[in-house]
Design a protein around this ligand. Sequence first.
Ligand SMILES: Cc1ncc(COP(=O)(O)O)c(C=O)c1O
Length: 394
Amino acid sequence: MVTRINAETTPFDTVIDRRGTFSTKWERYAGRDVLPFWVADMDFAMPAFIQAAIARRLEHPIVGYTRTPAPLVDAFRAWLERHYGWRVPEPWLVWLPGVVPGFNLAARAVAEPGGAIVIPTPVYYPFLDVPANAGQAGIQVPLCRDGDRWVMDFDALEAALRPGARLLLLSNPQNPTGRAYTRAELQALADLALRHRLVVCSDEIHCNLILDPDARHVPIASLGPEIAAASISLYAITKTYNIPGLSCAVAVIPDPTLRNAFVRAQAGLVSHPGPLAYAATQAALEDTGPWVPALLDYLRRNHARVRAVAGARMTPVEATYLAWLDVRDLGLEQPGAFFEQHGLGLSDGAAFGGPGFVRFNFACPRSLLEQGLQRLAHALDAARTGAAGPSGMN
Ligand SMILES: Cc1ncc(COP(=O)(O)O)c(C=O)c1O
């Protein structure tokens, strides 16, 4: 049973039993002593005002096919301007049942015979399926370490480009490295895209989750009209308020030709969000209260705890709630499986194009995090000394 709580009065410390909800994150390890820190949802209750908005919608007993509500469109446009100073007219928007369909549609919209898609890696693993899904070649270009940050390797990007390259898939803020790219980095990327006539599809789903007080989220399309005309920007408020099961996203596509191609690619295949998702999304977009600042404060403290244990294995997380841990020195054949043997369900970096790394989702109550960190410390010790996982945890 799910415990119903009021997140306005209950801190993020409350542990909520998610068993019985068919949670993707928790069901994977049902019946095993493995704590899940993998898939990117949070173990926190959504704020009470979103639950109330859904309940209000359910007071009407028919949840039929629903047009995108005009107040939702207004709320999104106001949110984008309030947070990022980017004003977008209503016709630029295409509503979608998720960001993943969005970047796959972007690929289909620009695909040409013999075309290619450029993907900086490591990256949120569904990006890596996009080229094959759209019948295009994939060009993966690794990010590189610059001190304590993962950055674009612009020389490698230039060198990897070939004439058929039409699209670059950007994750900003970057999943899994936790980078919030700076305006200068994005400007350099925009210049490269314009020089090579690339469309940039920018997945900005984590844009509200900025942990580094000195970092800012910059929508790449907001840098100027030229890059705006060559961009498809994808947003969803679902990560911020932990409602990813209420699928609702929106693509911002300023160029009419590109937008028409995107809409044509969508026809008959990708449906619209439903009325409960619309209701929740509108309530989230209209929120200017203390819930998100309190969440960010909690995540920053969790981040500090993860860094205290993982140390130099991770770069600081500027944005997202995902730590990217370098375990290459441990020589583990399958890092994900190794940590599972030590009671930790992490995402194996190989799926993200980053073998030898694991991704740790730290968006959970601190008591749960501390258990996970104890297991992490133990597993790291065991890997260094060659000890086996504790019996009973396999
Ligand atoms: C970078 C990124 N994009 C997209 C998604 C999923 O988006 P959606 O559920 O709207 O398809 C995730 C979820 O983890 C993500 O981290």
